[in-house]
Design a protein around this ligand. Structure first.
Ligand SMILES: [Zn+2]
Length: 294
């Protein structure tokens, strides 16, 4: 291997092929491992002025983009496509920048077989997916394979809603590709479904418990959502763990069939405190036709 200090300002002598859907930080990190240097050393050698490789996934300056393209002899467009920098803001809020909570077992094994261990795919941080955009397999919960080989399709308490969840996932993907969808903003509808509804009294304990509007469409959501810690957001973002996402995307698919009807039905169940928020998200979800009358 060529010692790094002889490389100077020239491109890297060996550039590893990126895996399909690989995150930029993952690809760069694999180079650091390949050249036997630490991530901070690699960052400093690249001269990118970034705190970590991971923060390049969300935003890249033109200078950073040009430098990576030059060092790795790649088209800047291809580099940019390895990041989430081009996502619209509302979808970007569904991307996890920290530890990944989902992965594709089939692709994981494929990376190992191709001697590309350590690959992290973009889709593993994307909170609107239940399937892998590369191979179509159901995703699994966690950040790596554990003892169980179960995908979320098998392990989620909402497995019976799988087909509807796939439809919901497809609605978001179509919108991101700029294609027509039944909603102006599927993500706004997802956020709306996570607004809290009237306080419910737990029949068994007599205590008040939290309840989400989504439970009106997908009964049983509350019971599962209450188990999640830290508590899932109240419509602030629509990011929920993978096993709950099946319910959320299924709810989206159902609501999209008759968006006006769903909004009329859900609004009276909304907690008073959140009605204004509800109306804003309903208007965003419906788009120009958002002047719904209750
Ligand atoms: Zn896959």
């Amino acid at each position: 291997m060529t010692p790094i200090h002889t490389v100077g300002e020239r491109p890297l002598p060996v550039v590893l092929p990126p895996a399909r859907d690989e995150l930029l930080s993952s690809w760069l990190r694999r180079h650091a491992v390949f050249y036997g240097i630490t991530e901070p050393m690699f960052l400093s050698w690249l001269g990118l002025g970034a705190r970590s490789l991971r923060c390049l996934d969300g935003r890249l300056s033109l200078g950073q983009l040009a430098r990576i393209a030059e060092k790795f002899r790649r088209n800047p467009k291809a580099i940019l496509e390895m990041t989430h920098a081009l996502l619209p803001a509302e979808s970007a809020s569904l991307v996890r920048s920290g530890r990944m909570g989902q992965f594709c077992r089939v692709c994981w094994d494929g990376h190992l077989a191709a001697d590309a261990q350590g690959v992290v795919m973009k889709s593993w941080g994307e909170g609107w997916r239940v399937t892998c955009p590369v191979c179509g397999s159901a995703l699994s919960e966690g950040d790596r394979p554990r003892r169980s080989d179960h995908t979320v399709r098998d392990s989620s308490p909402f497995s019976k809603h799988w087909d509807a969840a796939r439809t919901g996932e497809d609605i978001v993907n179509r919108q991101l590709r700029g294609e027509a969808t039944p909603l102006a903003s599927p993500v706004a509808m997802m956020r709306l479904l996570l607004i809290l509804r009237h306080i419910q009294v737990d029949a068994s304990s007599g205590l008040y418990s939290k309840s989400w509007l989504l439970d009106e469409i997908v009964p049983g959501f509350d019971a599962e959502a209450l188990r999640v810690s830290p508590s899932i957001s109240k419509g602030a973002t629509a990011f929920v763990p993978l096993h709950l996402r099946i319910a959320l995307l299924a709810g989206l698919a159902t609501a999209a069939k008759d968006a006006f009807g769903a909004i009329r039905r859900l609004r009276p169940a909304c907690r008073l405190f959140y009605v204004r928020r509800f109306d804003e998200l309903a208007a965003a979800a419906l788009g120009e036709s958002g002047n719904f009358s209750i």
